[in-house]
Design a protein around this ligand. Sequence first.
Ligand code: NSS
Length: 433
Amino acid sequence: MKAVDIASILSGKYTDERVLIRGWLHNMRSSGGIHFLLIRDGTGIIQCTMKKNTVKDEIFKEAKDLTQESSLEIIGSVREDKRAPRGYEIKVEDMKVFHRAEEGYPIAKKYHGPDFLLDNRHLWIRSQKMQTILRIRAKFLEAAREWFKANGFVEFHSPTIITAACEGGATLFPVKYFDREAYLTQSWQLYAEAAIASLGKIYTIAPSFRAEKSRTRRHLTEYWHLEVEIPWCDLKGIMKVQEDLLAYILDSLCEEMPGELEYLGRSPDELRRMKPPYERITYDKAVKILNEEGIFFKWGDDITWTHEKILTERFNKPFFITHFPKNVKAFYHKPDPERPKVTLSADLLAPEGYGEITGGGQRIDSLEELLERIKEEGLNPEDYKWYIDLRRYGSVPHSGFGLGVERTISWICKLEHIRDAIAFPRLINRVYP
Ligand code: NSS
């Protein structure tokens, strides 16, 4: 007999049929001559009722002493039953135990602190909360890939081990590379700028690394970065791409995972209301708003999380902040020809206090301008030799952005801390498990 998944049973596909399922014992209780086994298989959870007189004696006995998280196989018939936790149950006819889990599964039904759950992350990812977030995350990336495919983008991969900073030296992770020093990549961007002349419109979904020295609710040291680079695209164009992509992903999630979103406290209707166009405010306007709110903030200061939180209170859907000053953005951002103090840059901020989820904009395409900015930033042009070369051989106006996958998932799933948007978070004080 072929195993079927619990999700299709719960969708009604196997009602009144005999099925075989495989999974883990999520929970169990016994009452009178019946065991109620909750089985989880990764696609869902279903109640299986085992009556004393409908299975062999030794099976009924074995079930009685089963431990939480034991792995097993069950054969039985599916019944629709409104009293069952998810509307369906399986009347057990036979059971095979693959592995009887040890007694004392560390994660009990009581309150556990965050450190305990992080230490036991390898087990905690089985929880319904983590399972739901990880499924939404997978669907998020699946939908993104669908959108890229439908819109003619090619997936492109850049190296993880690199030699020059994209986003400033302060957060570079050094790697001993034989007899020299190299670093872990902060972004795919510089290589993407080389690849647009080979492939046209491109994207990636890959890990980026930042040696973030502070403990915050929105910084990981290893995070997944969804990045896009497009030739012949300006600032306006790249903002439109972000709107279209995000709108498609949000629609897909609301359409395909409404129950999962609700479970995490996010109403799909709320997300549906956050349709583009997203408002654009300039950095200048953001400074004005902050000052109106009584915050001491000078033009030229960097907008931090505390500032973003205040700004997000004025919006009920994502919004862009554009035209950041040169000094708060990386060297590659194109200065605005009409006002060279500011750059053709844009960050997308999520509402409800979440703040920045993407960063990007138009890149410098002129050789002279790039050399000047590299000098101004005190960078060594030797380190960027190949990157500078791109402005010698067929340079074009081009733009791109990077979206922090975990930041965006945190917002969509209304998470309190970014660590729950990834299975095994890497934080300043955590690289285990
Ligand atoms: O530094 S960014 O703002 N921009 C870049 O890296 C560009 N080189 C991307 C590009 O144009 N291709 O980072 C982009 C996003 C940012 O908006 C966050 O959402 C996310 O990456 N990000 C992070 N997420 C989690 N943890 C950390 N430490 C982190 N740093 C950035």
